[in-house]
Each structure stands twice: as structure tokens, then as C-alpha cells.
Design a protein around this ligand. Structure first.
Ligand code: TRP
Length: 459
């Protein structure tokens, strides 16, 4: 498949896939989910889901991609019946929708980097004004989409692989620096305790439900992003150990993000339940207390880091629909990128306006039984990330176990991993995709749809 391109090295694939996984989900979303979910108890549940349920699904996605050398739509068509292409289409659609709003938040992150460089530490209090400034939000949005498109248009090894190999290690170094700094703050220890000492009475159904959703989103599962990346992987690679590295990197960086955030929050005497604003509202003021020079240095570093993390994720979100258009409609990569990125940018405009600028998009829809309206951006998130991903994950597992069949999956994994067949690892992965993942994910999907859109909640 030389014409389709591929990763040049094992580490390149791992860096790109870990780059896809590590993003706003880890650094922005994870800490506030932990804050809302009661601290360390949430962390424990999240870790259990990530390793026990998500990891086998990840192995399966990569194996499907490598076996077929195709985008998700082509992959399901090749291995199963052509009706199964609907799972691939669901994935392409999820990629398009998620990227449309993810790019907006990524633009905010980059905008905050610029504000920090200028020493505007009061931006946190003015977050509401910032996100309704359509000139700024629009320009940063364009900039971010263009950067994403440039990387994707250069193809797998020259674009995605090379960018990830530089950005990922840089991110880890910056992050470690910030964690070390946060530990030196007064009251840091209270934050660390909140984060690391679990209170098991806080484990409730909603906490489990959020933890699973978070693990899925964070690991980039359920829409075929890893089928697509897997399609560029060499037969010599060991899929299981690669997936283990990707999972560890993703979980590790989310863990570091929490380790940094809670000392910051507690040192300011703030509540950990700060919600989605934890990063954009709380942090700039904290950087401001460091004085102008150090404040600018730490603040700009942080938001640059967040932008890098987001960039390797937007790249993977764009690669899914692009590879679909390239493979299935025989369009040249550069043209496909321009087309798809343009459409997604346009689809993102309502999300840009959904945070106070436009009354219509800010109060877009009122679900049955809900007291207040949901904005357009949150609505798209509910559909694409909260509903499509668990559904897609369940269907991927069901497909591999019952349609493609386990012995074929195991044969694909065995290539690059001699001795896999008959091992404990094989037995566990078989169990997880045959029973555990379909059952748990379908339950989560049904409960989410009932709860989100029909106001029926059982817990
Ligand atoms: N995992 C990324 C994050 O945590 C987001 C992301 C990138 C994603 N590609 C994906 C989520 C594919 C689901 C599916 O920010």
C-alpha cells in the first residue's frame, strides 16, 4: 500500500496515536470531571474503565485498520457485509461533528496563549467577553483549522508522524515543569489529597457513567480514528504493546493534568468543582499572582501546551473523514483536506456563536423534561461524543466478535506478536469484546439517550 503511505517507525505510530488521544479531553476536561465527580473516587473508576474496557476496544480498532488498510467505511465493508459500512459512516460523521466544536475550543486555547504573552491575566474574569468576540474567536478558529489542515495534507509520515514526534515530548516536558511548580505552592498538599485519597462512598452511578464517557473520549475510541491510524501500521508491529503504550500515555497525561490542577486550585482557596471554566477562568488569575515575568512565562507555556495537545487531536479527527474521501471517492489528499476542513469549519460557526453571541444558538434546544435550554455546542457534544462514541464502540466490539470473528482478530494480532494466541491476554481481550464491552456500552448508550434527550433518568 505504498501509495497510501504509512508510518515510518513504531515510535512514530505510537506518538501519533497518543497525540490523538491526548488533548483537550485530558488537560481541560479530565480535571473538572474529577472535581465534579468527587475527586479520587472518580480517578479510580476512570482508570479501571480505561484499562479493562477501553484497552481491548483499542486493540480491536487498530487490528481492523491494519488488516484492511482502509478508512473505517472501507474497513467494515471489506471485512463484513456492506451494511456494516453504516458503523464507518457513523464514525466519519462523529469525526466531522466533534471536530466542528473541538476546533472552536482549541482556538480559545490558542487565543489564551496570545493573551498570556501580552500579560492579560484578567482574561479569566473576562472569559465571557472573550468567547463572544467573534473577530477573535473566528480568527483563532480559522488559524487552528488551517494548521490542522496543513499537517494532514502532508500525509501520514511527513505530516502527522513528524508533527507528533516533536509535539508530544515537548508537551510532556512542559507538563512536568508545571506539575513541579504547582507542588511548591502553599496548600498544594490539600489538592493532592483531594485528588489521590479516594472516598469510596462517592462512587455512584452518575460518577461511573461520566468516568466511562471520559475514558472513551479521551482515548479517541468509538469512531474509527484508530482504525484509520491502524491502517497505516506495519505488519511487524505489535498491536497489543503499542495499544498499551498509547493507553498509558493518555492516562498518564490526564493524571499529570490533575496533579497540576488541584494544587493550583487549592492554593487559591478555590472550589475544585469549578466546572468547565476551571482552566479558562481560574488559571489566568493564578498565573497573574506570579508577577509579570514568571506569570507570562508559566501562563504562555501552559496555553501553548494545551494548543499543542489539541492540535495532534484535531489532526486525527480530520484524518478520519479525509481518508474516507481519499479512499472511497478517489480524491487527491490535498484537495480532500481543503474540502473537508472547509466544510467542518463552516459547521463550527454555530458552535462559535453558541456561547452568548447568538441568542438562538446559545439557547438552541430544550430537551424533554429539561428545565433550561442547551446551547448548540453542548448539543453537538451530546450527540457526537456522548452518544455516537459509546454506540460506535459497542458496534465495533460486536462486529469484531460476531461478524469478523475472534479467530480472525486474533490472527491479525498474532502478526507482530508471536505467542499471542493461547495467552492470557488473548483470553481477556476475547472476553472483553464479546461480552463486557457490548453489554456495558449498550447500557451506557441507552441510558445516555434517555437521560439527555428525553429527560428520563434512572439514577
Ligand atoms: N481524545 C482527544 C482528547 O482527549 C479527542 C479526540 C481526538 C477524539 N480524536 C478523537 C475523541 C476521536 C473521540 C474520537 O481531547
Amino acid at each position: 500500500m505504498a501509495s497510501r503511505g504509512g508510518f515510518n517507525s513504531r515510535i512514530g505510530f505510537i506518538a501519533a496515536a497518543a497525540g490523538s488521544a491526548v488533548g483537550l479531553g485530558n488537560i481541560w476536561k479530565f480535571p473538572f470531571e474529577v472535581g465534579d465527580g468527587g475527586g479520587a473516587a472518580f480517578v479510580v473508576i476512570y482508570l479501571a474503565f480505561a484499562f479493562l474496557l477501553c484497552f481491548p476496544v483499542m486493540v480491536t480498532e487498530i487490528a481492523i485498520g491494519r488488516r484492511t488498510n482502509k478508512n473505517p467505511v472501507g474497513a467494515f465493508t471489506d471485512l463484513g457485509h456492506k451494511n456494516w459500512r453504516i458503523v464507518g459512516i457513523l464514525g466519519v460523521l462523529a469525526g466531522v461533528l466533534i471536530l466542528s466544536f473541538y476546533n472552536v475550543v482549541a482556538g480559545w486555547a490558542f487565543g489564551y496563549f496570545v493573551e498570556m504573552l501580552m500579560g492579560h491575566f484578567t482574561i479569566g474574569q473576562n472569559f465571557g467577553t472573550f468567547i463572544t468576540d467573534m473577530v477573535k474567536v473566528g480568527s483563532y478558529g480559522v488559524l487552528f483549522m488551517v494548521a490542522t489542515a496543513l499537517i494532514v495534507s502532508r500525509g501520514i509520515s511527513g505530516g502527522i508522524e513528524r508533527a507528533s514526534k516533536i509535539l508530544m515530548p515537548t508537551l510532556i516536558v512542559m507538563m512536568l515543569g508545571l506539575v513541579a511548580y504547582s507542588f511548591t505552592l502553599p496548600h498544594a498538599i490539600e489538592g493532592i489529597k483531594f485528588y489521590l485519597l479516594p472516598d469510596f462512598s462517592k462512587i455512584t452511578l452518575p460518577v461511573m457513567y461520566n468516568a466511562l464517557g471520559q475514558a472513551f473520549f479521551s482515548l479517541s475510541l468509538g469512531m474509527g480514528a484508530l482504525i484509520t491510524y491502524g491502517s497505516y501500521v506495519d505488519k511487524k508491529e505489535n498491536i497489543v504493546t503499542s495499544a498499551a503504550y498509547i493507553t498509558l500515555a493518555d492516562v498518564g497525561i490526564a493524571f499529570l493534568a490533575g496533579l497540576m490542577m488541584f494544587p493550583f486550585v487549592f492554593s487559591q482557596g478555590l472550589e475544585p468543582t469549578g466546572g468547565a471554566g476551571l482552566i479558562f477562568v481560574t488559571l489566568p488569575g493564578i498565573f497573574g499572582t506570579l508577577g509579570p515575568t514568571l506569570g507570562i512565562l508559566v501562563g504562555a507555556t501552559f496555553f501553548l501546551l494545551l494548543s499543542f495537545a489539541a492540535l495532534t487531536s484535531t489532526v486525527s479527527l480530520l484524518e478520519v473523514p479525509v481518508s474516507y474521501v481519499v479512499d472511497e471517492h478517489k480524491v487527491k489528499r490535498k484537495k480532500a483536506v481543503g474540502l473537508v476542513a472547509g466544510v467542518i469549519f463552516l459547521l463550527g460557526i454555530p458552535s462559535m456563536m453558541a456561547n452568548g453571541y447568538s441568542g438562538f444558538f446559545s439557547h438552541f434546544i430544550t430537551y424533554l423534561g429539561a428545565g433550561k435550554a442547551t446551547d448548540f455546542m453542548t448539543f453537538i457534544g451530546h450527540i457526537a461524543s456522548d452518544s455516537f462514541l459509546p454506540l460506535g464502540g459497542a458496534l465495533i466490539a460486536i462486529f469484531a466478535a460476531y461478524v469478523w470473528k475472534k479467530h480472525n482478530l486474533n490472527e491479525e494480532i498474532e502478526q507482530g506478536f508471536p505467542g499471542f494466541k493461547g495467552s492470557l491476554g488473548e483470553k481477556y481481550i476475547d472476553f472483553a469484546i464479546t461480552y463486557l464491552a457490548p453489554v456495558v456500552l449498550i447500557i451506557i448508550f441507552v441510558l445516555t439517550v434517555l437521560d439527555r434527550f428525553f429527560g428520563i433518568n434512572y439514577f
